[in-house]
Write a protein that binds this ligand. Structure first.
Ligand code: ATP
Ligand code: MG
Length: 427
């Protein structure tokens, strides 16, 4: 194949062998959110660049290095969404959905785009399922978000493979005071910081806490911690959340260095992490962003949400061999027809069977072929029965029903009796 016909690096095709597990995750999630009273919202993939620059924040990796930004034919700067929260906030504001303190509990799913270094669990087009709640300031809703993700892990069989990390970032004033203290501490050790962290010391110092550099991490061991600067209200909020998680029986680990990569978070932040996927171990991450809506020009509106990476969850299910076997269901029956008249009759028969049995997975041979070749196709399809239709069967309004998965005898079944016979094997 010519080189020009390759997918873009880091942007993957999801092939038929993989789509069942994707659908399984998506439907499990959709049903779960439905049961907690969350509604789906579908948002554009392209937004004005300014939305992300203002929302996620200059100085973050996402905005500075990872966005797919281009000018459209009208010379407007557009960006393929790197995440879903900014677009969701834009949409609720645009449609007046949060006015007068209206509560919104929303979820979305779809592709996100970031120019990152592609590797296992990290791609340039990846998919998230996300949840956002507006106008609920209390720790009760933060707890609900965590509780519902825990229930998802339970449904997927992942409860023992993920752990919850939790932190509170406090109010923006508390963060500003802490930021000054952290900068003062690190400034004195500037030469020992890695290059990225040196740059961040002016642009986005809290991000240094998240550095992967061992020497920087060692320096941070004695640095001031955010908790010493937490304001009273945030502290009480955090206690409220912890108390609820304890009641719900959800274990967590406080990680004072958990800061998240996007600028809009305050108070609660959390991540669900697995040790089964190497360094791309965060499968779900979120937090509270009470300041974001007003940053976009709306009235102050509390917000909290999370997003999970579908690729990482698929990888995790595959690694742990937790993909349910019944996702790959073969056909119940395969109709083989021989001769023009039988072929015509097969179409009508197949449609009548589909009318009678909506859950039936029925394949009909296409393209003619000998006895041998049609049987071979029927067998390869995995179907349980081959239904055989030739001139003799046509004359007698019967089909030959040959079991393909055991040695039982072929039987002749009247067309009228077929739905009932197949219903038995559907059950
Ligand atoms: P990371 O630290 O792994 O880069 P992040 O903090 O940038 O993650 P978020 O913006 O919070 O990630 O996105 C939420 C989730 O989306 C992540 O926890 C992860 O599961 C998934 N995710 C983020 N970036 C990618 C990517 N490039 N490829 C695949 N999944 C991703
Ligand atoms: Mg990232």
């Amino acid at each position: 194949m010519s080189k020009s016909l390759q997918a873009i690096r880091g942007m993957n095709d999801i092939l038929p062998a993989q789509t069942p597990v994707w659908r399984y995750l998506e439907t499990t999630f959709a049903q779960l959110l439905d049961s907690y009273g969350y509604s789906e919202i579908r948002l554009p993939i392209l937004e004005f660049t300014d939305l992300f620059a203002r929302g996620i924040g200059e100085g973050t990796d996402v905005v500075d290095k990872e966005m797919y930004t281009f000018l459209d034919r009208n010379e407007e700067s557009l960006t393929l969404r790197p995440e879903g929260t900014a677009g969701c906030v834009r949409a609720v504001l645009e449609h007046g959905m949060t006015g007068g303190g209206q509560v919104q509990k929303l979820w979305y799913a779809g592709p996100m785009f970031r120019y990152e270094k592609p590797q296992k669990g990290r791609y340039r087009q990846f998919h998230q399922i996300g949840v956002e709640v507006f106008n609920q300031p209390g720790p009760d809703i933060d707890a609900e978000l965590i509780v519902l993700t825990a229930r998802l892990w339970k449904k997927l069989g992942l409860s023992d493979s993920v752990t919850l990390q939790l932190n509170s970032l406090g109010s923006s004033e508390a963060r500003a005071t802490y930021r000054d203290a952290l900068v003062a501490y690190l400034q004195q050790r500037f030469e020992q910081l890695d290059e990225d962290s040196q740059r961040r010391l002016t642009s986005n110092p809290l991000r240094i806490l998240d550095s992967k550099n061992a020497q920087t991490q060692a320096l941070l061991a004695d640095a001031p911690t955010l908790h010493d600067y937490l304001d009273e209200e945030s502290s009480a909020h955090f206690e409220g959340l912890k108390a609820r998680l304890e009641v719900a029986g959800i274990d967590f680990k406080i990680n004072p260095k958990l800061v998240r990569g996007l600028d809009y978070y305050g108070r609660t932040v959390f991540e669900w992490v697995t040790d089964k996927l190497g360094s791309q171990g965060t499968v779900c991450a979120g937090g509270r962003y009470d300041g974001l809506v007003s940053q976009f020009g709306g009235k102050p509106t509390p917000g909290v949400g999370f997003a999970m990476g579908i690729e990482r969850l698929v990888l995790l299910l595959e690694t742990l061999e937790l993909v349910p076997e019944e996702l790959n269901q073969p056909a119940h029956a395969f109709i083989c027809a021989f001769g023009e008249a039988a072929e015509l009759a097969a179409l009508g028969l197949a449609e009548r069977l589909r009318d009678a049995l909506p859950g039936l997975r029925l394949l009909v041979n296409a393209g003619g072929g000998s006895f041998k070749s049609q049987f071979k196709k029927a067998d390869k399809s995995g179907a349980r029965f081959a239904l055989i239709l030739g001139d003799d069967e046509l004359a007698g309004r019967v089909v030959g029903c040959k079991p393909l998965r055991d040695d039982s005898e072929q039987q002749s079944i009247a067309w009228d009796a077929l739905p009932e016979c197949l219903a038995a094997c559907l059950a």
